[in-house]
Design a protein around this ligand. Structure first.
Ligand code: HEC
Length: 300
């Protein structure tokens, strides 16, 4: 009988521990999120998607895009840029500190180089150093009157590929019901695709026939989102401008259906545009457009 109790409580313990680990703790940690004021953008984040975007999202679900595309940016850590913003009232001592700071980071800096760093502000003193070095260097400037800051740079393969400026966190998925995070990457991650690929016509042509805009693409064509119709007098104003090889033929045109437009609206709404408390990064207003489309590589 003794064994029976042991078995019973053993099984009970396994179930209770898994329930705590898989249900209770995650709910306590992430279950009660709500939109939050983000000071960098001066508004609440995330904002509720509009009805067109929601329609597009439905088409994304129905078309099975989630089978090949994730919407989650991962991150392996942080590096820091140490930036001198203001010299203050004691330039001579700041100059000496600059020389010492370079030494701390394993570099040699002459007095002249230090002066030229102080001449052009803000001036990046160290690039991509680890946290301990950044903190050490900033400590050197304590009481010097100078203003130094560490800019946070997220690291990791996803960030390097330009898939987003930071990792995605629970808050980003507040309105994502059901969750379209995805778990397979046959194509690139789309969490930030709206900031990366901003040309509406590009998206439409890509959906109609991916190879018309991406050589050798192995993404399927979503031709059913378009009407291939004879040109009736004047061509339709939103007919796709396709190259010879992909055109629908003499006297025919390819016109996006409302579903195609809604899907593109959804894609263009996918943006990671601001830091959040759990995932900070150096934020500049011009960020998304800085990212260069031509350097994008499809996921391998
Ligand atoms: C069978 C897998 C597969 C499916 C399903 C799929 N894609 Fe793709 N997708 C890819 C591949 C591979 C690429 C990279 C090549 C290219 O750009 O065409 C890609 C690229 C993209 C890009 C360009 C991203 C970038 O950063 O260059 C977008 C946007 C996109 N897909 C949207 C969609 C949408 C919307 C759907 C659903 C209607 C979809 N995909 C379905 C495989 C797929």
């Amino acid at each position: 009988m003794q064994k029976g109790y042991q078995l019973f409580f053993g099984i009970l313990a396994v179930m209770v521990i898994s329930w705590l680990g898989l249900v209770v703790f995650p709910t306590v940690q992430l279950g009660h999120q709500s939109t939050r004021q983000v000071k960098e953008i001066g508004r609440h984040y995330p904002s509720e998607p509009g009805s067109i975007v929601l329609n597009g999202r439905k088409i994304y679900q129905q078309a099975g895009c989630v089978a090949c595309h994730t919407q989650q940016v991962r991150q392996s850590g942080y590096a820091f840029d140490v930036v001198l913003n203001e010299v203050g009232d004691f330039p001579d001592s700041v100059k000496q500190i600059l020389v010492d700071a370079a030494k701390l980071a394993g570099k040699a800096l002459s007095g002249e180089e230090a002066s030229s760093q102080m001449a052009q502000l803000p001036s990046t003193l160290l690039e991509g150093v680890d946290r301990v070095t950044a903190e050490g260097v900033i400590r050197l400037f304590k009481d010097s009157g100078a203003k130094v800051a560490a800019n946070i740079l997220p690291l990791g393969p996803d960030i390097q590929r330009g898939w987003g400026p930071r990792q995605t966190v629970g808050l980003d998925y507040l309105y994502d019901q059901p969750l379209l995070m995805g778990q397979q990457r046959l194509g690139p991650d789309l969490a930030n695709v709206g900031a990366r690929l901003t040309d509406r016509d590009w998206h439409l042509k890509h959906l109609y026939h991916p190879r018309s805009v991406v050589d050798g693409s192995n993404m399927p064509a979503y031709t059913y989102l378009f009407s291939v119709q004879p040109i009736d007098g004047e061509p339709s104003p939103d007919a796709l401008e396709l190259s010879e090889a992909f055109s629908a033929g003499e006297g025919m045109e390819v016109v996006p259906k409302p579903e195609a437009h809604a899907l593109v609206d959804y894609l263009m709404s996918l943006r990671i545009e601001n830091p959040v408390f759990e995932a900070p990064y150096m934020f500049t207003q011009a960020d998304p457009s800085d990212i260069n489309n031509s350097e994008m590589q499809p996921a391998q």
